[in-house]
Each structure stands twice: as structure tokens, then as C-alpha cells.
Design a protein around this ligand. Structure first.
Ligand code: URA
Length: 245
């Protein structure tokens, strides 16, 4: 009960400050992330159905029902500021599944993942190894945009990742490409840097997984283009081995 009241009060204060002062409101950024994180934790603790929803996610048998559940999700604080729930795009049974970090501004506006500058680069990277965007299933660790494109918070990942895990199970790809640290660490359940995780084929629940740089990081660090392309060659090899049977 105390957690419930605390959570509500803190959430109300944060919400009204954001409304009054915009996303750059007075709390210093480190402190703000800590507060937002605390709100998410308290919210999760006060939600009587939180555990039931997690169990429901794991038992859903179709992508459509999973999408509907995600579209009404209020498991973390991000539902308060989102315009869209960015669930995924692509064929329900694609051979390749790409996993990014979280929607940005354009994705939040359109409801479609990877449509901004990073998305355009993603399309080009995929094409460089013979993959058309329309043939690939594209999702993110978080389905809602973190305000100001801040990093996902651990509680948000905890609340949202059951959707991603179920997506992988239902799509059943031959290979998963984890773009960026958050996707790789979340799926592999490790804290290693991307530099350590890339360059090799891992397994996530028996599915080959290749971790590589996030396209947004590539835009800032063009020297990572070659290693990214090499990682995508690994993807190509996995697909070829799968076809050879
Ligand atoms: N970055 C991501 O990780 N995902 C998107 O959908 C867009 C940008």
C-alpha cells in the first residue's frame, strides 16, 4: 500500500513538472533517470496484474494477439509519453529477425520501427547482404519511445522484454540479428560490451544470434562499417547452412 501511494505521488509530481517545463525539466539528468526508474519500479510493484500479464504474454499463440496486448500495455512509465506502441514490422514467419533498442521520434510518430536515419542505414546494411527489408521481421527491445531518446532503464527492459521473447518464439526465425548493446545484452542475458559480443554466432533459446553495432552508432562511427558488414556475413553463412540442411 505504501509503495502504491509513493508511486502515485512521485509519478504525479514528475508528470506535472514535465507538462509545465517540457522534457528538459529542472531535475539534473542523472537524478531524473533515477527518479523515472523508481517510478517504473513502484508502478510494477503496485500493479496487481503485473505477474499475470507476464504469464499471459508467454502463453499467447499468435503474433496478432501479442500485438494487441502490447498496444494496451501500461507496464512501465513509457506508456504515459508514447504516441504509438511500435510493435514490429515484417512477415510473421521471417527467416531473419532484427532487434533494435527502442523507437525514436519518427518511429513514435508512425508506429513503424526503424524508419528514421538509422532505419535507412539498416535497410542498406541488409541489402548489402542480399536481404530486403520487406522479408525481415523488425522489432525492438522496448516498444515505446523513451522521452528524449534516453537509454532504456533496467525496469523498462524487464517489463517489456517478455514481449520480445515471445515475438522470437512465435516468429521462429533462422537467425536473430541484435543491433546494439541493449538488444544483445537483453537477449543473451549478459553484460559484456558489444565489442566483445560481436564477431561470432551466439545462441538465443537455440536460435543463432549475431550481435552487431546499432545503425545509429554506425552513423556516428563510420569506421565500424566494415566490422558490421563482416557480422552480416556471419548472418549470411547461418542462412546458407540452414538452407543446405
Ligand atoms: N533505433 C532503434 O533501435 N529502433 C528503432 O525502431 C529506431 C531507431
Amino acid at each position: 500500500m505504501a509503495a502504491r501511494n509513493d508511486g502515485r505521488a512521485l509519478a504525479e509530481v514528475l508528470r506535472s513538472r514535465m507538462e509545465l517545463e517540457g522534457s528538459g525539466f529542472f531535475v539534473p539528468s542523472g537524478e531524473r533517470e533515477r527518479l523515472l526508474s523508481r517510478v517504473s519500479r513502484l508502478r510494477a510493484a503496485e500493479s496487481p496484474s503485473g505477474g499475470k500479464i507476464a504469464a499471459a504474454i508467454g502463453s499467447l499463440e499468435s503474433i496478432d494477439s501479442l500485438r494487441r496486448l502490447a498496444e494496451s500495455c501500461t507496464r512501465c512509465v513509457l506508456h504515459e509519453t508514447r504516441r504509438s506502441v511500435v510493435f514490429a514490422e515484417g512477415p510473421d514467419h521471417a527467416r531473419v529477425m532484427c532487434v533494435g533498442e527502442a523507437p525514436g521520434a519518427r518511429e513514435d510518430e508512425t508506429g513503424v520501427p526503424f524508419v528514421g536515419r538509422a532505419g535507412q542505414l539498416l535497410d542498406r546494411l541488409l541489402l548489402s547482404v542480399g536481404l530486403a527489408r520487406e522479408d525481415v521481421y523488425i522489432a525492438n527491445v522496448l516498444k515505446c519511445r523513451p522521452p528524449g531518446n534516453r537509454n532504456p532503464q533496467p525496469e523498462e527492459i524487464e517489463q517489456c522484454s517478455p514481449f520480445l521473447r515471445r515475438q522470437v518464439a512465435l516468429v521462429g526465425p533462422e537467425v536473430v540479428i541484435a543491433f546494439g548493446t541493449f538488444a544483445a545484452q537483453t537477449l543473451l542475458g549478459v553484460r559484456d560490451s558489444l565489442g566483445k559480443l560481436r564477431g561470432t554466432v551466439h545462441a538465443y533459446e537455440g536460435v543463432p544470434l549475431v550481435a552487431t553495432y546499432h545503425p545509429a552508432a554506425l552513423l556516428r562511427n563510420p569506421q565500424w562499417t566494415r566490422p558490421s558488414w563482416e557480422d552480416l556475413q556471419l548472418v549470411r553463412r547461418v542462412l546458407a547452412e540452414h538452407s543446405d540442411g
